[in-house]
Ligand binder design. Structure first.
Ligand SMILES: Cc1cc2nc3c(=O)[nH]c(=O)nc-3n(C[C@H](O)[C@H](O)[C@H](O)COP(=O)(O)O)c2cc1C
Length: 246
């Protein structure tokens, strides 16, 4: 048996009305008001617990994307401190020591989990020495995109660093899952950046990837506010079923 919130409220109002200990109507009204206010407060505080919050040990299911020349320690720490997963973008930093410095800076600014993003083969720099630094520093999460992620998976073998792969197509998501990704981030045509997007919009692409893989899917591409977030959360359901009331 399922009670909706309204049924629960009606029941509590009845109980307050029947309570013989409350003599004055004013006091009774006040009690009802307090009860409703408390219930509304309860509804406001949503349960943000998802596969992604559990996987990444974060409070809200929000992951900051890699942003070349923009995502340094301050942004990463600010996002992580607010309950999402912040990320430093590795490959637009001039050398691996600069990445080490950024990782140290993030750790000074937050004790929350954060990620390091690798855009493979971008900016004309080989990623391997940057990745060595991220592994030595024991960063909690590595995200990757823009090329074949297999060599990164190879280098990460034996670590317990979480692996996220940003993809723009269903087949790429399946490939990431086969390689052992912990989750895929999927970007629709609406997204910014230039990482081999296909012509499929977020609204169509994300549910099709959700149906094609068994790992968590993080949606991106034109999601700019709370309404987009709610839409993304609704896509998490692998199958939406309608059942007539019995
Ligand atoms: C200026 C810019 C730089 C980007 N650089 C990277 C990058 O280095 N690595 C990466 O994984 N994604 C990069 N992206 C893609 C974003 O992480 C993200 O997937 C995309 O912006 C999501 O779509 P939205 O812009 O609609 O939110 C970049 C995007 C922009 C706009």
């Amino acid at each position: 048996m399922h009670y909706s919130t309204n049924q629960g409220v009606c029941k509590e109002i009845q109980n307050i009305k029947r309570d013989q200990n409350i003599k004055e109507t004013g006091k009774r009204a006040m009690k009802i008001e307090v009860m409703i206010e408390t219930r509304l407060r309860g509804r406001e505080s949503m349960n943000w617990n998802t596969e992604v919050t559990n996987l990444l040990s974060i409070q809200y299911p929000i992951v900051q994307g890699g942003l070349a020349y923009l995502a340094y320690s301050e942004l990463a720490a600010a996002v992580s401190n607010t309950g999402g997963l912040g990320q430093i973008t590795a490959m637009s930093l001039p050398d691996p020591d600069a990445l080490r410095n950024e990782i140290h800076q993030v750790r000074k600014l937050t004790d929350k989990p954060f990620g390091v993003n690798f855009a493979i083969g971008q900016h004309g720099r080989p990623f391997s020495h940057y990745l060595d630094v991220a592994i030595e520093e024991g960063v909690p999460v590595i995200s990757m995109t823009g090329g074949n992620p297999a060599p990164i998976f190879e280098q990460l073998k034996g670590t317990n660093i979480k692996k996220l792969v940003l993809v723009a197509a269903k087949r790429q998501a399946q490939k990431a899952e086969e390689l052992g990704a912990d989750a895929v981030m999927v970007v629709g045509q609406e997204g910014g950046g230039h990482l081999g997007k296909s012509d499929i919009g977020t609204l169509v692409l994300i549910p099709s990837v959700v149906d094609a893989v068994n790992i968590p899917v993080i949606a991106s591409g034109g999601i700019g506010d709370g309404r987009g977030l709610m839409a993304a959360l609704s896509w998490a359901h692998r199958a939406l079923k309608w059942e007539p009331a019995s």
